[in-house]
Ligand binder design. Structure first.
Ligand code: T3D
Length: 263
């Protein structure tokens, strides 16, 4: 079903899955101000819509996203970099991580600059064989932003993150799979179906458990062992009180798939 319309971005809901497609293929989905506002709006919409239980983020055409639109940067009324980062990029990646629904990055092509940061901010990633990951910031005399300096070392280790950030190393999809940055690589033409199949599998989970699991995994990147154990106990108490938990047990005993309603 077609959802609200956004500039240079498509937002579609089909069943329990919302798909957000960055849609400026002629510029490899490079991000402009209206597009960033669209992305924030689409994330808000996915958060608001109770029927949506998982989100796919992907790009139209041959790229996932080439990062900031560099032509826009030269416009006389372009906001100062720090304003653009605080007011838009940081808000986008924060909204992605705060969304209480898993986001699956379907990385269909090159993810460069802030486009790589968007890929990193997804909860789960799968990639097309032709995809690649490049921080690219260094080539234009900038530093990695939009959470990349925080997320990348945690996802691939500090040595490889430093090589990507300092020496501009690009990771192919195969490299990304080998180092655990993506869960799976599929043939380019198979990506949409593979992403949908995985998103459906995620979306079949209990919404409360999905939201709490996402939060627990994020917190674990910063928390101590005892803090993580305590959060698991608190979150499990919440999940254990849901009707979905009772339904899960009934479904197991009746040897059928559970039908979770988010209650
Ligand atoms: O607000 C702020 O500035 C702060 C935030 C900064 C965050 C950032 O993201 S900084 C990093 C910005 N991104 C980049 O530096 C990447 C620039 N792009 C590339 O390096 C290459 O395009 C790619 C490696 C991604 C792909 O290369 P290739 O050879 O496959 O494609 P291409 O021919 O370079 O690009 C195709 C078209 O897309 C081309 O347009 P044209 O000539 O056909 O009209 C190219 O100009 C356009 N394009 C690609 N990336 C951008 C872009 N246009 C504007 N901005 C881009 N980032």
């Amino acid at each position: 079903m077609a959802g609200p319309s956004f500039t240079d971005l498509r937002y579609d809901v089909d069943g329990r899955v919302a798909t957000i497609s960055l849609d400026r293929p002629e510029a490899l989905n490079a991000l402009t101000v209206p597009m960033k506002e669209s992305l924030l709006g689409a994330l808000r919409e996915a958060g608001r819509d109770r029927t949506v239980r998982a989100v796919i983020l992907t790009g139209a055409g041959r790229a996932f996203c080439a990062g900031q639109d560099l032509r826009e940067r030269l416009e006389p009324d372009a906001a100062p970099l720090e304003v653009e980062i605080r007011e838009r990029y940081n808000r986008i990646v924060t909204a992605m991580r705060a969304l209480p629904k898993p986001i699956l990055g379907a990385i269909n092509g090159v993810a460069a600059g802030a486009g790589a940061s968007l890929a990193l901010a997804c909860d789960v990633r799968i990639a097309a064989r032709g995809a690649s990951f490049a921080l690219a910031f260094g080539r234009v005399g900038l530093i990695p932003d939009s959470g990349a300096t925080w997320l990348l070392p945690r996802l691939v280790g500090s040595a490889l993150a430093a090589e990507m950030a300092l020496a501009g190393r690009t990771l192919s999809a195969a490299d990304a799979e080998r180092v655990g940055l993506v869960g799976r690589v599929v043939d380019d033409a198979e990506l949409p179906a593979a992403a949908r199949e995985l998103a459906d599998r995620i979306a079949a989970g209990s919404p409360t458990a999905l939201a709490l699991t996402k939060r627990a995994l994020q917190r674990a990147l910063e928390a101590t062992w005892s803090e993580s154990l305590e959060f698991e106990a608190e979150a499990q108490a919440v999940a254990g009180r849901t009707a979905d938990h009772a339904e899960g047990i009934r479904a197991f005993l009746e040897r059928r798939p559970p039908d979770f309603h988010g209650d």
